[in-house]
Design a protein around this ligand. Structure first.
Ligand code: SGN
Ligand code: CA
Length: 533
C-alpha cells in the first residue's frame, strides 16, 4: 500500500485546520469541490481495478485517486438517494434526520446543513444538479437544481432567480450541470473568499440514457459477467425471492433496454409509462439520432431473439453498455472541471472529492439497483485529493456520515456535537487514529415501494455481516465475507456459527444504542433500561 507525502504550496491551509504540520505562510482556508454522481458503482471506477473498468476506463476520476487517496472501504448508511443526500448535509443517520425514504420520510428542518456553517465562516457556497430532498436548500449562495430525479436530455432546472420555476435547458444533463458549476466558479474569480462547490450529477441513474455522441460507444466490447449473474438464491430468505429488481424479470424492454419495438411486452406498469416520459424530452432531431442508433443495434437482436440464460446475458450486456456510456460523460466533465482548476491555479488549495450517493448492483445476484446491504450497494466509490495530504489507499472503514465533519474541520469550523460521523482529515494526513471504528451500521426503510426490497438493518465488520429483514417478515442473514465474499451462503441458522452470530448481534445492539436507533432496537426486541428506550 503506497503512502507518499504529497506536498503542495497550499500546506498553509492544512495548518488552518489545527494539524501538527505548521507553515510560515498565513493560513488560507481550503476550497472544497464535492462531486457526487447518482448510482455510480465502484465496479466501474478504474481506480478500484474491477475488470469492467478496464474496458470502460475513467481516467479523470483515476487521476484524482492517483494524486490523492482512494478509500477502499467506503460505505453509505442507507443505500438510496434522498436519505444519503440528507446524511451528506447533516452528518447523521437517517433515523436522526428523518429523510428515511425517498417518498414518505420528512427531513427535520431544524437540523443544520454543513454549508450553512461554512457560509457563516465566509465561504461562498453553491450546488448544481440533483437535490431530491423534501426540504429546500439551506446555506447556499446559489443553486441550480434538477426537478426530482432529473432528465438526461434537455432537463428542467430551477435557480433562486427563477423563483422556484423550472426552466428547460437545452443539452445533455451531465454537461449542463458542469456548465453551470464552471460559470459560477468563473463569476467568483476575483473574490478572495474560499468556496464550497457541490456538483451533483444525475448520471448514471436509471434509465441510463447516454449522450447522443456516445450512443455507440463500447458497441464492440463484451463486458465480463459477474460471477453471481445466475444466482439461484438458495439459502436466502423470502426477501430475496420477492424483490423486484432482477435484470431478467424487472426491467422493461423499452425503458431499460431501449428496444422500443418490444414496448408492449408485459412488464411492470410503471415501466411502460416511464419510457414515454423519458423519451418525451428529446427534440425531433435528437430522437432521430437515437432511433437510428438503437434501431441498428436492435435489428440483430430482434432477428434472432435469444432465450433463457442467453437472453439474460444479452440483457446484462445492453444494461452495462448503456450504464458505462453515461459514465463516460461524467468522467469527461470531471476532466473539464480539473482543467478549469488547473488553468486558474486552484489545484493547490482545493480539496476535491469524488463519490456517489450509493453503490449499485451491476448484475451481481442477477440484480440491478441498490437498497440491499449487500456489498455492491452498501459500498460507494470515494476518492479525495487533498493538497498537502498523502497519496495512497485508505483501508479504514468510512461512511457518508463522515463527510460533513470532514469539511467543517478542514474549514476550521467547530464540529457540532450532534454530528454522528467523524472527520476523515487524520486519514488524509496519513494518520491511523487508534480506536477508529471497526464496524458499520446500516438501516434501509423504503418498503413497501418500487422494487419491493424489505426493510432491513445490519452490522458489518471486516469479517462478518449480519442483516435483519423486518416489517412483514422476520428473517436474518449472516455472511462470512472472508470465505464467501459474494454473499451466497447465509449461515445464520447453522449451529456451528452460533459464536459469530452472537458476537455480531451484540455489536448490532451496541451500534443501535450508540446511534440512538430506537425503532430498530424495538424491532430487535433489545430495548432495555440501559439503552434508555
Ligand atoms: C426511480 C427508479 C428506481 C430507483 C429509484 C431510486 N425508477 O424511482 O429504479 O430505484 O428512482 O433511485 S425509474 O423508473 O424512475 O427509473 S435513487 O437513486 O433516487 O435513490
Ligand atoms: Ca442514487
Amino acid at each position: 500500500m503506497e503512502k507518499r507525502l504529497f506536498l503542495f504550496g497550499g500546506l498553509a491551509a492544512v495548518a488552518a485546520t489545527g494539524c501538527a504540520r505548521q507553515s510560515e505562510a498565513p493560513a488560507r482556508p481550503m476550497n472544497i469541490l464535492y462531486i457526487m454522481t447518482d448510482d455510480h458503482a465502484y465496479q466501474t471506477v478504474g481506480a478500484y481495478g474491477h475488470p469492467i473498468s478496464r474496458l470502460a476506463p475513467t481516467p479523470n476520476i483515476d487521476r484524482l485517486a492517483r494524486e490523492g487517496m482512494l478509500f477502499r472501504e467506503a460505505f453509505v448508511e442507507n443505500s438510496i438517494s434522498a436519505p444519503s443526500r440528507a446524511t451528506l448535509l447533516t452528518g447523521v443517520y437517517s433515523h436522526r434526520h428523518g429523510q428515511t425514504t425517498l417518498s414518505y420520510g420528512i427531513m427535520d428542518t431544524t437540523l443544520v446543513h454543513f454549508p450553512e456553517l461554512l457560509r457563516a465562516e465566509g465561504y461562498l457556497t453553491a450546488i448544481f444538479g440533483k437535490w431530491h430532498l423534501s426540504v429546500e436548500p439551506k446555506g447556499f449562495d446559489h443553486y441550480d437544481l434538477l426537478w426530482d430525479q432529473g432528465e438526461y436530455y434537455n432537463p428542467v432546472m430551477r435557480t433562486p432567480e427563477t423563483g422556484g420555476r423550472y426552466v428547460r435547458q437545452e443539452g445533455y444533463a451531465t454537461d449542463i450541470i458542469t456548465d453551470h458549476a464552471l460559470a459560477w466558479l468563473d463569476a467568483r474569480r476575483d473574490d478572495d473568499a474560499p468556496f464550497c462547490l457541490m456538483i451533483h450529477h444525475k448520471a448514471p441513474h436509471r434509465n441510463w440514457m447516454a449522450d447522443l455522441k456516445y450512443l455507440d460507444l463500447y458497441e464492440d466490447v463484451e463486458f465480463p459477467e459477474p460471477e453471481t449473474l445466475f444466482d439461484d438464491y438458495a439459502t436466502r430468505g423470502d426477501q430475496m425471492r420477492q424483490q423486484q429488481l432482477t435484470i431478467d424479470r424487472h426491467m422493461g424492454y423499452a425503458f431499460d433496454f431501449k428496444v422500443e419495438e418490444l414496448k408492449d411486452e408485459p412488464t411492470l406498469q410503471y415501466i411502460h409509462d416511464s419510457w414515454d416520459i423519458a423519451m418525451s424530452t428529446l427534440t425531433p432531431e435528437q430522437r432521430r439520432v437515437w432511433d437510428d442508433s438503437y434501431g441498428r443495434k436492435n435489428r440483430d437482436f430482434l432477428a434472432d431473439r435469444p432465450e433463457g440464460k442467453e437472453l439474460l446475458r444479452w440483457k446484462y450486456q445492453r444494461y452495462i453498455h448503456d450504464y458505462c456510456r453515461t459514465i463516460r460523460s461524467v468522467d469527461d466533465q470531471i476532466g473539464r472541471v480539473l482543467d478549469y482548476l488547473e488553468e486558474n491555479g486552484l489545484m493547490d488549495n482545493t480539496l476535491i472529492v469524488y463519490t456517489s450517493d450509493q453503490g449499485f448492483l451491476l448484475g451481481e445476484h442477477g440484480l440491478y439497483d441498490k437498497r440491499f446491504m449487500y456489498e455492491e450497494s452498501f459500498r460507494t466509490p470515494l476518492v479525495m485529493r487533498l493538497p498537502g495530504g498523502v497519496r495512497g489507499d485508505i483501508a479504514e472503514m468510512v461512511q457518508n456520515i463522515d463527510y460533513a465533519p470532514t469539511f467543517l474541520e478542514l474549514a476550521g469550523v467547530a464540529v457540532p456535537d450532534d454530528i454522528q460521523g467523524v472527520s476523515l482529515l487524520p486519514l488524509l494526513r496519513g494518520e491511523h487514529p487508534a480506536g477508529w471504528r471497526r464496524s458499520l451500521y446500516y438501516h434501509f426503510y423504503e418498503y413497501p415501494a418500487e422494487h419491493m426490497v424489505r426493510r432491513h438493518y445490519g452490522v458489518r465488520n471486516d469479517r462478518w455481516k449480519l442483516i435483519h429483514f423486518y416489517n412483514d417478515i422476520d428473517q436474518w442473514e449472516l455472511y462470512d465475507l472472508q470465505e464467501d465474499p459474494h454473499e451466497l451462503r447465509n449461515l445464520y441458522g447453522l449451529p456451528e456459527y452460533a459464536a459469530p452470530r452472537r458476537e455480531m448481534t451484540d455489536e448490532l445492539v451496541r451500534l443501535q444504542t450508540q446511534y440512538g436507533d430506537t425503532l430498530a432496537l424495538r424491532r430487535n426486541g433489545r430495548v432495555t433500561a440501559a439503552n434508555g428506550n
